[in-house]
Ligand binder design. Structure first.
Ligand SMILES: [Fe+2]
Ligand SMILES: [Fe+2]
Length: 292
């Protein structure tokens, strides 16, 4: 069964992603948001993973998909970036119920910025600050540790960097004790579900920790070696020479039954994944739904 329990079933709906399918009625935006419905026996729990970069597209798509914000039991924020966290306060207000658990890494509210092409804060915006989230009545679970959301679904917690070919994927800075330093995005967490008879389903935001590091961490955490699926952003856009090939090679050894990657994955990495995984790979789009 593994150390973190098993689900009987899992449905994942892509509420927001950078692209939509042909003739899709949904709105796309740069960012991701996933709706996970985990079932164990008669218990079904609904978890929102990230909120995209504003609640307009998210709420529009949820309305069209007949998913009510009031049904959400918990929110996971995979990392600080605005395209995953902006509008979480609006979403909490829309949910209209108090004391919703919001799970994130303990460093998520730090300053996180780019300096090229110009200084720009890309972390959690002031409108979604720790104080503003608490004002909605939500409970913030800020930790470096994995957090079990229900038996069979857990966050990764902070992911140990082990590979020598993976990195943050983007030149980010932070300020620590008054000093400007490179930001290694230690707040990057993912969600792992373990589905009975299938294996692990790994849902990522941007994979700033490196998707191979994340997958190996997931196997260690759950004691389950079989990966059913990897879904989300892999942040291989603009990756240096060799990283994409080494990543895809390592992923093929981890042998997920299928993969669906988009957002910050980048076209080159999507092509490489398709060349290796063939019909077991598909690009991620808003409105996709997976029954596992
Ligand atoms: Fe992102
Ligand atoms: Fe990101």
């Amino acid at each position: 069964m593994g150390k973190t329990g098993e689900l009987d079933g899992l449905r994942i709906t892509v509420l927001v992603e950078d692209s939509v399918l042909y003739e899709s009625p949904y709105l796309a935006q740069h960012g991701v948001s996933f709706f996970l419905e985990g079932t164990k026996g008669s218990n079904t729990r609904r978890i929102l993973v990230d909120v995209g970069q504003n609640s307009q597209a998210l709420l529009n798509n949820m309305r069209l998909m007949h998913i009510s914000p009031a049904t959400i039991d918990a929110i996971v924020l995979t990392h600080c970036h605005y395209d995953h966290t902006q509008g979480v306060v609006s979403m909490l207000k829309e949910m209209g119920k108090g004391d919703i658990p919001v799970i994130a890494h303990s460093d998520i509210f730090r300053l996180n910025f780019l300096t090229d092409p110009c200084i720009e804060h890309v972390g959690v915006m002031q409108t979604d600050s720790e104080e503003e989230i608490k004002k909605t009545g939500a409970s913030l679970f800020l930790t470096k540790d994995p957090v079990m959301l229900m038996p069979g679904i857990t966050t990764t917690g902070e992911v140990k960097r082990q590979t020598d070919f993976e990195g943050v994927g983007i030149g980010l800075k932070t300020i620590e004790n008054g000093k400007v330093k490179d930001d290694s995005m230690l707040d990057d967490i993912s969600v792992i579900a373990n589905v009975k008879g299938k294996g692990l389903v790994i849902v990522t935001g941007c994979s700033h920790a490196g998707i191979v590091n994340i997958a190996r961490h997931a196997i260690k955490l759950t004691s389950c070696e079989k990966i059913e699926a990897i879904i989300g952003g892999l942040h291989l856009v603009g990756a240096p020479d060799g990283r994409i090939k080494r990543t895809v090679d390592a992923l093929s050894k981890l042998n997920p039954a299928w993969m669906c990657a988009g957002h910050c994955t980048g076209f080159e990495a999507q092509v490489e994944l398709y060349l290796v995984f063939a019909e077991r790979f598909s690009p991620l789009h808003t409105g996709m739904q997976f029954e596992i």
